[in-house]
Design a protein around this ligand. Sequence first.
Ligand code: NAD
Length: 485
Amino acid sequence: MAIEITEAQIGKIVAQVLQSMDGGAAVADKPDWDSTHYGQRTFAGIFTDMNAAIEATQEGYKALRNMTVAQREKIITEIRRLTREEAPIMAKLGVAETGMGRVDHKTAKHILVADKTPGTEDIEPRARTGDDGLTLIEMAPFGLVGSITPSTNPSETVICNSIGMIAAGNGVVFNPHPNAIATSNYAVDLVNRASAAMGGPKVLVCSMAKPTLESASIMQSHPLIKLLVCTGGPGVVKAVLSSGKKAIGAGAGNPPVIVDDTADIPKAAKDIIDGCSFDNNLPCIAEKEVFAFNNIADDLIHYMRQNGAYQLSREQMEALEKIVLVEQTGKDGKTRKVINRKCVGRDAAVLMSKIGVTVDSSVRCLICETDFHHVFVQEELMMPILPIVRVRDIDEAIDLAVKAEHGNRHTAHMHSKNVDHLTRFARAVETTIFVKNAPSYAGIGFGGEGHTTFTIAGPTGEGITSARSFTRQRRCVMADSFHII
Ligand code: NAD
């Protein structure tokens, strides 16, 4: 798909947003909103009962099956248009509802979804002819897809999944994250508005007014749900993979970055801070810990500080550790440290204010030197806090970075001009996404080649999902005919 976002367009979008931006609170000045309405508009496709939601989606799916692929594409074009137009509203809603992320970056993420999520062109059939005739392989819908979505990219994931799943001819039932339900349901309504405007069913995708684990469980076991697509942390991915149904699992990451002594250090520093601070580190692909060669680490830190990073003192680091991680007792009776949800996706200045330190709002990221075993390295914080571990050489860098990735096989990054180092790390870490010499978001098509997705399926292997991931292949054979040469 030849759609590109230029730097100028991104600048224009961000400028527009900044002009109209006054933080999450601005949404409250607008008409009231919750998981069922936004101002005067009642959301289409929102149910209080999961079984009713599934039945309604089945009707929408049947209507979609009677439409041509061209009609499907018209609905998708309208979803893209509405998403571009309403991106700032969804971005503000997301920040206001979850308290996480940044309005300007969330707006950019919606525009990315609108422009670079593949549509029906992704489900091209294949044909094979030979002495025995013609065989056709078509990409068919599954039917109803049950989709579980996260709080970190709520409306982005609903829209991205909807475009791909509808392009593939499916109906979709969402069980969104309860902490982001209004934002997710705004996006569900947007998809239904696009469908109705283009002559499609009024309810093509559905969601819950109050999603719960119970509604997720009903969805997982309902006979009409033929495919489960789960975007979230390890717990939920495990749950859908044990459902007995075909499932696509897009799970947690903890992306390491290696910087060796052949890298362009000023550029590496800027790229890492740009990626790490994007939407306050919420994206699962964002840089979470750095392994820097000892001989360039001071320079790297120097240039990071020139690019909006604040270097924590040891005391500040220890104080922050007590705030951003809390103790939780598991079912096994053991106490372990887990991330404090109230700190996830918060601005660097907000995190610092929690330890009584005022920093300028231009600070985008908090950096600190740690050893490999530090919780900041080991935990997927999803906050603009970036630990830096010094390493001797490439052997130590790869060894520690692979361990820090915890076998998620999700995303890793490297800044280097040494092709052997790059190749060795890419081979060792085996991640779905490997970004070289760029900010992390280049890996999902933002300033990098290729389509975008907000459902990166490492555990089940679909990778950077798109419409074709949500199809089943069907073969049609015509023997002895239609071989015309
Ligand atoms: P989360 O894991 O807390 O929740 C994700 C969804 O799963 C929510 O809708 C939640 O209600 C639901 N859920 C949780 N446990 C469940 C269970 N047992 N059964 C059914 N549903 C259940 O995720 P979050 O905090 O919103 O998102 C952050 C996590 O998701 C991070 O780990 C991040 O790396 C990951 N993530 C991955 C991708 C990807 O594409 N691989 C994209 C975004 C987020």
